[in-house]
Ligand binder design. Sequence first.
Ligand SMILES: NC(=O)c1ccc[n+]([C@@H]2O[C@H](COP(=O)([O-])OP(=O)(O)OC[C@H]3O[C@@H](n4cnc5c(N)ncnc54)[C@H](OP(=O)(O)O)[C@@H]3O)[C@@H](O)[C@H]2O)c1
Length: 292
Amino acid sequence: MSQYNVAFIGLGVMGYPMAGFLSRAGYATKVYNRTQAKAQQWAAEYQGQACETPAQAAENADIVFVCVGNDDDVRSVVYGENGILSALKPGAILVDHTTTSAELAVELGLAAQKQGNAFVDAPVSGGQAGAENGVLTIMCGGEQAVFDKVSPVMDVYAKQISLMGENGQGQRCKMVNQICIGGILQGLSEALLLAEKSGLNIEQVVETLKHGAAGSWQMENRAITMSQGQFDFGFAIDWMRKDLGFCLDEAKRVGLTLPLTQQVDQQYAELQQQGLGRMDTSVLIKAVAKDQ
Ligand SMILES: NC(=O)c1ccc[n+]([C@@H]2O[C@H](COP(=O)([O-])OP(=O)(O)OC[C@H]3O[C@@H](n4cnc5c(N)ncnc54)[C@H](OP(=O)(O)O)[C@@H]3O)[C@@H](O)[C@H]2O)c1
């Protein structure tokens, strides 16, 4: 058995396999999920204990990981009498993998510190496949000594883990990531529409270009499905709009305008109104095509 007791709160698309990697690596793992059936299912699949509240899972843990939806979802599992903070033992570390605002990361850092605990904001990139294959990229905000303690544990589901600075800087790095994804998808949408209208074979185009200067994760993993009109998988627009909201707020805070990000966000808002909020972000091509 590995040296730390760990807990994982939030067994969604991302959290379920991430918690599984911890258990498989030999950490004594307790899990909590709002919908209890998912926690029971997890405990049937992996070694570990399903708990009825976040506090129960956090009790006696050295490190508690969270991966839920948005800022308020995180607050609802962290605070209150059944929340994680109420049960953390002195010196235990709270790690949040949820994509949230940088303000929440700073708030949680202060709340943890106040009661003798530490906090790391640790949003991830790599999607469902990255979580299931244990190859996520993790960008962290927190103190070096705390990062040094949690990093080898997170390594079981990551291929790249970096400390970007103090609490909040992990979330700000994730904003940079999301801005890049929005811009790449806008470019890829326009490029694929032109390729199609010009009579090019899309598979041949992707095979030819993917290792050149225009190659990207989105081109390798999404170009073919985009051209086939398949979007019922992957990273949902609903999550992306939350994330782009953080990007636009942060830009405002530092006195920048982000015209392409604003345009992409507006197109996603329109797609949401058409009921496509749970579709993968590559569905952006539909909005670009509609404008022609
Ligand atoms: N999916 C991706 O490709 C991806 C990639 C990078 C980052 N992220 C980020 O990772 C986070 C999780 O994404 P996901 O795709 O795993 O989401 P998901 O599949 O929708 O799962 C969300 C999880 O959070 C729990 N939850 C939500 N609100 C809650 C609340 N108020 N109280 C307690 N539990 C709550 C859900 O519980 P229930 O089961 O009860 O609903 C579920 O376990 C998000 O911040 C997302 O932006 C996702």
